[in-house]
Write a protein that binds this ligand. Structure first.
Ligand code: GLN
Length: 438
């Protein structure tokens, strides 16, 4: 199968960290995978200098299953270091460029996957979401993104960010690819105990008939005017597809960002402890130093700023005496948010909001944002992620030539409804291709 010259495509877009050097590859279809999923043939760096040169001895389960179904892995996609970011500007290996405007972000942290899905013909990319990393880049790059229920897809071979939050999913230009590939990567895996809680994935049984719009998420000035206008038009379109649309109240949503950043950084800070220059990747630490000095100097050299910030924050929120005030409190907030969603799903099939509050920002504007500004930009994608509920972003309009996304969230294990929504939306809405010139 011919895949074209990935080298020149990548020079322009920087969507891959490592990719196939051959223009011909064996397989029935091509796919790429985020670089925090291990593969035996390409390096797995998770976007971090600390893992540069690391080749895993096994394929992550979702990659293994795609290969067994006839897929050819053509590259490992660029990402924010360990998944820490919203704009893919925290990678140690270049910054992916938005296919609709090279001066703008692809979104994060699966930015390279969204870029590949938008730029390459007939291509599906495996992404990972902890707090929005599939749907955010899907929205910014004008493709479909599906993050399934927590536990649906095995995390074996995933370089973890936050173990109680991480979900492996799909990004693609075609809505029909979600139906095609989700069953391949899903299912129980003896290597991942959380995959055993899932009921069987049944597609083609449920339809999207009603949606709820949480007032707390869309009222006020959190969402830009162009995104809001597009969102309102999308609601009209849903109504014209005979879907009931109703505004509701979800008072717990406002607590989701603080709870998420406490849980995510607490878990990340323990996960990153294994990167000490003795097991994986770089191993050039000065072994004559005392352990603490060795550990500090090695990690100071190779971790990026955002990784360091999260280690500090997460270590603090787990400290003796603080865990009840932060981590354990955040877990209680998560339960309250889950209960709030479950209440809505008694009456509605999905909760709908815009995916991101603005179109993809320019790199010079991103460089002026504080860490807090960037965390706050996740207020629409974090709620479904913190609950482990499946969610999907569909392209729903354009402003300034840049795509806007519509976010659907359904109850646990109801990916079926989202796939139905994606396909019906796809036949009603004219999704634009980015103009790709190499
Ligand atoms: N932007 C969020 C964060 O930085 C989510 C990233 C993700 O899902 N990996 O944590």
């Amino acid at each position: 199968m011919r895949i074209g010259d990935l080298g020149s495509i990548n020079e322009k877009y920087e969507m891959f960290i490592n990719f196939s050097q051959s223009n011909d590859i064996d397989g029935e279809f091509t796919f790429s995978a985020k670089d925090n999923l291990t593969s035996i043939d390409y390096e797995s760096t998770a976007g971090s200098k600390i893992l540069e040169g690391y080749k895993a001895p096994f394929d992550a389960t979702p990659i293994k299953r795609m290969r067994e179904a006839g897929g050819a892995l053509i590259g490992k996609t660029n990402m924010d270091e360990f998944g820490f970011g919203t704009f893919c500007t925290n990678s140690a290996f270049g910054i992916p460029k938005n296919p609709f405007d090279l001066n703008r972000s692809c979104g994060g942290s699966s930015g390279g996957s969204a870029c590949a899905a938008a730029v390459l013909d007939d291509h599906v990319s495996i992404g990972v979401s902890t707090g929005g990393s599939i749907v955010c880049p899907a929205s910014f790059c004008g493709v479909y993104g599906l993050a399934p229920s927590y536990g649906r897809v095995s995390r074996y071979g995933l370089i973890d960010y936050g173990n109680s939050l991480d979900k492996v999913g799909l990004l693609s230009f075609k809505a029909s690819d979600l139906r095609r590939y989700l069953p391949i990567i899903s299912g129980k895996d003896p290597h991942d105990p959380t995959s055993y809680v899932q009921p069987e994935l049944k597609l083609g049984q449920k339809k999207l008939k009603s949606v709820a719009i949480p007032k707390e998420a869309v009222k006020g000035d959190g969402i830009s005017k162009d995104v809001m206008e597009c969102f309102e038009k999308s609601l009209e379109m849903l109504r014209s597809m005979s879907i009931d649309v109703e505004y509701i109240s979800m008072p717990t949503l406002k607590y989701s960002i603080p709870a998420y950043y406490v849980i995510a950084t607490s878990e990340a800070s323990t996960n990153l402890a294994r990167f000490c220059g003795m097991r994986y990747g770089q191993q050039d630490g000065d072994l004559t130093l005392k352990f603490d000095d060795y550990f500090t100097s090695f990690r100071s050299k190779y971790f990026g700023d955002e990784a360091k910030r999260r280690i500090l924050l997460g270590t603090f929120t787990r400290m003796v005496g603080y865990a009840d005030r932060y981590y354990n409190k955040a877990l209680q907030v998560r339960e309250a948010i889950i209960a709030d969603y479950k209440e809505q799903f008694k009456r509605f099939d999905a909760v709908v909001t815009p995916t991101m509050p603005f179109i993809s920002p320019r790199f010079d504007d991103i460089s002026k944002m504080s860490a807090l500004d960037s965390y706050k930009a996740d207020f629409l994608t974090v709620p479904p992620n913190i609950t482990g509920m499946p969610h999907m972003s569909a392209p729903c309009g354009y402003s300034d030539g840049m795509p806007i996304g519509l976010l659907f969230t359904s109850d646990h294990w109801n990916e079926d409804i989202l796939i139905d929504a994606a396909e019906r939306w796809d036949s009603a809405f004219d999704v634009r291709h980015a103009e790709v010139k190499i």
